[in-house]
Design a protein around this ligand. Structure first.
Ligand SMILES: *Cc1c(COP(=O)(O)O)cnc(C)c1O
Length: 369
């Protein structure tokens, strides 16, 4: 890996391949894989990741919003793309770009049927989402007959899949709840397939669902965080490799005397002689103010340096009193050691939040060797 000379997010495609193959090794050979590449592929680079996974013959992609699906189509992605949370205002474009909507309530189902009919579509692939306990999006268990009758009375759409989402697949103290969700979804699926007269693809499990509940793999699994190298426990993390490493450099070193302060609002007050380094990354890059004032830390030559004072928009200051380092030296914010999960924990959050927060201002550097 090259030494960073500015703030960069390195994306290691070999690590992605490893994670993909690890997840695949947990599945039966005929279980399909849907790769979740929403939010810039969890803050990495959606085009690069989707293109790489398309070459590995992944079965499906999912994004949250229309614009993310359009960007993938613009980048030449031909694999089917499920849009998890589409808005009716975008349905015409969605159809033009061959993106497939998740339909989760009567309003959005009817709006989609109206537009698909107007656009003279037949058997347009749609995905019906059921709520089995997350209480976020989805038809209720008691709405199976309604959806089937709506889908049967038009030729404009065809139900390609039915799915649901687990609320606590990473939390084994909620095993009974998750097992109930799996059971509910299986009963919805059976009822739905019987009533509609064909068998849509069934999918339920996210990454932790894949790792913790083999009985929930069904026809297809949806993996996001696992592809990017994180599970939701130390045990899950053991077999995965973080694909993204956030690096920066030391811009300037200061000697701070007792009684002097560092940064805005003079938030850090020195009670002795210390040495600080200023790093070109700040809250506009995704390192929020909650990491300041000795919560978060970065790593230089393998040594931990606490962030002191307030995080600025474009900079942080760190305490390097006990570290032998120089201006221009490389700084690791997260990667393998510490990983994003460990970094996130210092601010009481999770890997998902910190990796997706790294702003588009930070250059992405693709590594493929
Ligand atoms: C984001 C998302 C996923 C991916 O979950 P991971 O925990 O990252 O594997 C799967 N399904 C749905 C509906 C999602 O919104």
């Amino acid at each position: 890996m090259p030494k960073a000379r500015e703030t960069v997010l390195e994306i290691d495609l070999k690590a992605l391949k490893h994670n993909y193959e690890y997840i695949k090794s947990k599945l039966k050979s005929n279980t399909k894989i849907l790769a979740v590449v929403k939010a810039f592929a969890y803050g990495s680079d959606a085009n690069e990741i989707a293109n790489y996974l398309q070459n590995l013959e992944v079965d499906y992609f999912a994004v949250a919003y229309l614009s993310e699906g359009v960007a993938l189509r613009d980048a030449g992605i031909k694999t089917p793309i499920l849009v998890l949370h589409p808005q009716a205002i975008n349905f015409k474009t969605l159809i033009e770009r061959c993106l497939e909507p998740s339909l989760y309530n009567a309003k959005i189902l009817n709006e989609f049927i109206t537009i698909a009919s107007k656009e003279k579509q037949s058997n347009y692939p749609v995905h019906i989402k059921f709520n089995t306990g997350l209480n976020r999006l989805g038809f209720g268990e008691n709405e199976v007959d309604y959806v089937v009758s709506k889908a049967s009375e038009t030729s404009a759409i065809k139900v390609k899949s039915i799915f649901s989402h687990l609320a606590a697949s990473e939390d084994l103290t909620e095993k009974a709840f998750t097992e109930r969700q799996i059971k509910t979804f299986k009963s919805i699926s059976e009822k739905f397939s019987n009533a509609i007269g064909y068998k849509p693809i069934l999918h339920l499990a996210n990454t932790s669902g894949i790792l913790n509940y083999p009985e929930a793999h069904l026809d297809m699994v949806r993996t996001g965080i696992g592809l990017y190298g994180y599970g939701n426990s130390e045990k899950e993390n053991e077999h995965l490799i973080p694909i993204a490493t956030l690096k920066s450099v030391i811009s300037q070193i200061h000697i701070i005397k007792k009684g002097e302060t560092v940064g805005y609002n003079r938030a850090y007050k020195s009670d002795g002689l210390i040495k600080t380094a200023t790093i070109p990354i700040g809250h506009a890059d995704g390192i929020g103010r909650q990491y300041g004032n000795k919560k978060g830390f970065v790593t230089i030559n393998g040594k931990k340096a606490l962030i002191i004072g307030n995080v600025c928009m474009d900079m942080i200051m760190i305490d390097i009193t006990d570290i032998d380092c120089h201006e221009g030296d490389e700084v690791i914010i997260f990667g393998n050691h510490p990983n994003a999960s460990q970094f996130a924990r210092t601010a009481n959050t999770i890997s998902y939040e910190i990796i997706t927060a790294i702003s588009q201002r930070v250059k992405r550097l693709i590594i493929d060797n």
